[in-house]
Design a protein around this ligand. Structure first.
Ligand code: HMG
Ligand code: MG
Length: 304
C-alpha cells in the first residue's frame, strides 16, 4: 500500500535570500530584482526576497532595501524577509515586507555563531519583533536551524527542536520551518522529528527546509510528504549555503522538487519551465552551471 500524500504543496522559493547570501562577489541589486521578478512570473506564492541582517555579518544582503523597492509585486504573493531584531524589523516594515522571519536554532552552539546569542536570548529578542509584526498585521514565520544536526555540536536532540517550536508558537508564528542547515538528516530521522513537532504545532503550517549537502534532500522531502508536511523551501538552481555553517551547500534545487511533485501528481501552481529559465539566468550571471539535475537536463533538451 502506498501512503497517501498531500494533493497540493506550497513551495517557498528561498533562492534570492538563502541562495545568494553566501555569494562572495557582490551581486547587483538589479540582478536580484530580475531574479525575483522571474520567480514571481513563474507562479510562486511565497518568495524569500531579502534579509535585513547586519551587513557586517552578511554583506551580500546589504542591498535588501533596494531589492524590495525594485521588485514588481504580484497581488497575493508573499514576499518574505529575515529580521533578527527590531532594527531588521523596522527596515522590513519600511520596505513593505509581507512576512518577517525570525530565526533561531535547535543547537546552542549554532545560535551563538549565527546570531551571536543563546537560544533563550534570541527568543527574548524576537518577542518585540513578534508583537510589532502583529500590530502591523505582517505575517510572522519562525525558522529553526540545525534541526537534524549541527556543524559545531554534532547531534541535536529532537526534544530541543520541539522546545524551540513551542517557544516560536508561543510568540505567535504563523508558520515554522524545520531546517536541515547542513543537510545531514536522513529520511526516517526527518519523519521522527516532523511527527514529534507536529504534536505542538499544526502540521499544515510546518515546513521542511532542506539543504542538499549530503544528497538527502529529495528523499527527506518525500519522507516529509509521507507524514503530511505540505510546505517545502527550495532554491532555484540549487543556489546557496549558510555563511555560518562551513561546507553547507545550497538548498535543494527548486527545479528538482518541482520535477518530483509533477511526477507524484502533486499540485504546486508553478511553471517548471519558467523556473528552469530563472535558474539558467542566475547561473549564467554567477558564471557557473546550475546545481539542479532536473534544471540542467531540461535546459539541455531545449538546445538543438
Ligand atoms: P551583534 O553584533 O550581536 O548585534 O549581531 P548588535 O546589536 O551588537 O549590532 C552590531 C552592529 O550591527 C551595529 O552596527 C548594528 O547597528 C548592526 P555598528 O554600531 O557596529 O555600526 N546591526 C544591524 N544592521 C542592519 N540590520 C540589522 C542589524 N542588527 C544590528 N538588523 C545580529 C547580532 C543578529 C544582528 C547578527 O548576528 C546578524 O545579523 N546575524 C545574521 C546572520 C545571518 O543572516 N545568517 C544567515 C541567515 S540564517 C540562515 O541562513 C538559516 C536558514 O536558512 C535556515 C537554515 O538553513 O538553517 C534561515
Ligand atoms: Mg537555509
Amino acid at each position: 500500500m502506498y501512503a497517501s500524500l498531500p494533493k497540493q504543496v506550497k513551495i517557498v522559493e528561498v533562492g534570492p535570500r538563502d541562495g545568494l547570501q553566501n555569494e562572495k562577489e557582490t551581486i547587483a541589486a538589479d540582478v536580484k530584482i530580475a531574479l525575483v521578478n522571474r520567480l514571481t512570473e513563474a507562479g510562486f506564492v511565497n518568495i524569500e526576497a531579502a534579509s535585513f541582517v547586519s551587513p557586517k555579518w552578511v554583506p551580500q544582503m546589504a542591498t535588501s532595501t533596494e531589492v524590495m523597492a525594485g521588485i514588481q509585486r504580484k497581488p497575493g504573493v508573499i514576499y518574505s524577509v529575515l529580521t533578527p531584531n527590531m532594527q531588521g524589523f523596522e527596515a522590513a516594515l519600511a520596505a513593505g515586507a509581507d512576512e518577517v522571519v525570525i530565526f533561531s536554532s535547535a543547537s546552542e552552539a549554532f545560535a551563538q555563531k549565527n546570531i551571536n546569542c543563546s537560544i533563550a536570548e534570541s527568543i527574548e529578542r524576537f518577542r518585540e519583533v513578534a508583537s510589532a509584526a502583529q500590530q502591523n498585521k505582517i505575517r510572522l514565520r519562525g525558522s529553526i536551524s540545525c534541526a537534524f544536526g549541527c556543524p559545531y555540536q554534532g547531534e541535536v536532540d529532537p526534544a530541543s527542536v520541539a522546545d524551540v517550536v513551542r517557544r516560536l508558537r508561543d510568540l505567535g508564528c504563523d508558520e515554522i520551518d524545520i531546517a536541515d542547515t547542513i543537510g545531514v538528516g536522513t529520511a526516517r530521522q526527518v519523519q521522527h522529528v516532523m511527527q514529534l513537532v507536529a504534536q505542538d504545532f499544526p502540521i499544515d503550517s510546518l515546513s521542511g527546509h532542506f539543504h542538499d549537502t549530503y544528497g538527502q534532500a529529495l528523499a527527506n522531502i518525500y519522507a516529509s510528504l509521507e507524514v503530511g508536511i505540505s510546505i517545502f523551501h527550495s532554491s532555484v538552481a540549487g543556489l546557496g549555503g549558510c555563511p555560518y555553517a562551513k561546507g553547507a551547500t545550497g538548498n535543494v534545487a527548486t527545479e528538482d522538487v518541482l520535477f518530483l511533485m509533477q511526477g507524484l501528481g502533486i499540485q504546486t501552481g508553478i511553471d517548471l519551465n519558467a523556473v528552469v529559465d530563472a535558474g539558467q539566468f542566475i547561473s549564467a550571471h554567477l558564471g557557473r552551471k546550475a546545481v539542479s539535475r532536473a534544471g540542467n537536463a531540461l535546459a539541455a533538451k531545449r538546445v538543438v
